[in-house]
Design a protein around this ligand. Sequence first.
Ligand code: NAI
Ligand code: ZN
Length: 375
Amino acid sequence: ATAGKVINCKAAIAWGPKQPLTIEDIEVAPPKAHEVRVKIVATGICRSDDHVLSGAISDMKFPAILGHEGAGIVESVGEGVKNLKPGDKVIPLFVPQCGECRCCTNSRSNLCDKHDIGPYIGLLLDRTSRFTCKGKPVYNFLSTSTFTEYTVLDEICVAKIDDNAPLEKVCLIGCGFSTGYGSAVNTAKVEPGSSCAVFGLGGVGLSVLIGCKVAGAAKIIGVDTNPDKFAKAKELGATDCINPNDYKEPIHEVLAKMSDGGLDYTFECIGNTKVMESALLATHFGCGTSVIVGLAPASARVSVDPMEMLTGRTLKGALFGGWKSRDDVPKLVADFMAKKFNLDGLITHRSTLDKINEGFDLLRKGDSIRTILQI
Ligand code: NAI
Ligand code: ZN
C-alpha cells in the first residue's frame, strides 16, 4: 500500500558533532531504479557511529542519519531490481559489492569501487538522498543509514538473508560481529595452535576473539584498559586478560614474555595509532602478523621502524573483516542459524529508537558491548 508513495516516519537525526541526536518526523521518497526501500526492524550502535559524533570522522555532512549495523524487511523495490522483493529479510551493507569493479573481481579484496567510506559523500549512488526533514535533504551514512524506521539502499548494498533469521540478533552481522570474526578468520587467517592478542574488547574485539577461538588458537590474550571487559572476554574464549595500566614496561614487552618472544597474530580494535604500534611490536619479529581493525581519526599516523618489518612481520588491515558482503553475509546468517557461533554474548542492552542517546552514553562510558535498538 505504501509502494510508490512517500513514507512519513521517525528517524534519529544527527545535526553535527558533539550534539545529541533528535527524533524527527522525516519523509522517505520511494526507491529509484536499482534501489530498495527497507523497513528497519533492529539496529546496533557501533563505535564508528560515535566517531562521527565525537568528530573523529571529520568530513561528514549534516544533517545525517547514522547507523550501519541493521536488519530489516524490504518494503518496495525500484525499477530493475531483480533479486529482491517486498517481504524479503535483508541486511544493509556498508561495503557494497557491485561484482564488476577491480576489487570485486579480485578474490583477495572485499572492497568495492562504489563504497562511501571516506572521503564521505553521504548520498546514494545517483548522488541524491531519499530523506528529507523539515523540507531539507538529509545525508546518508556509509550507504546504509539505519537509525530510522525506513531507509533507501542501492541494491548493491543489500544482502538477502534467511526468512527465519531473528533480525534483532543478526543485525550484528551487518557490522561488529562480521568485522571482528572475519579479521581473525579471513584477514589474519589464524591457525590452529597459534597465539593471538586482541587489543580492545568492545563488540568488534570480542568478535575477533570468537574468530580466534573458532580457528583453534591455543592462546588468546585480551588487552583492555577497562577491566570490566575481562569477564565477558573470558566467557567468549580469552585464555588471559591484561590491563596495560597494571604494568610499568611497554605492553608489547609484557606480551612477548607471555608468548615465547611474540604473538603469531595481534588485532587493534580501538582506533588508537599508539596501540596499533604496540600491537605490531607485540607480534613475533620473524613470523607475526598484526591486523588494523579500529578506525583511527582522519589525521592520525602510525610510526614504524622499517627494521621491525624487515625481519618478517606483516601489517595489514581490512574493512568488514574481509567478507565479500553480498556473497558472504547470507552465508554468515546461515552459519548463525546452524549455531556455528552465538551472538548473545555481544548483546548487553536492548532499547528503542527514542532512547538512542542513552545507548550512545552506555557505549561511551564502557558500560555496554552492543545496545540493540528495536525500531
Ligand atoms: P568499543 O568502544 O565498544 O570498544 C573499544 C574498546 O577499546 C573498549 O573496551 C575500550 O575500553 C578499549 N580501549 C580504549 N582505549 C584503549 C587502550 N589505549 N588500550 C586498550 N584498550 C583500550 O568499540 P567497537 O564498537 O568494538 O569498535 C572498535 C573499533 O573498530 C572502532 O574504532 C570502530 O570504529 C572500528 N570499526 C572498524 C570496522 C572495520 O570495518 N574495520 C567496522 C566496525 C568498527
Ligand atoms: Zn560498525
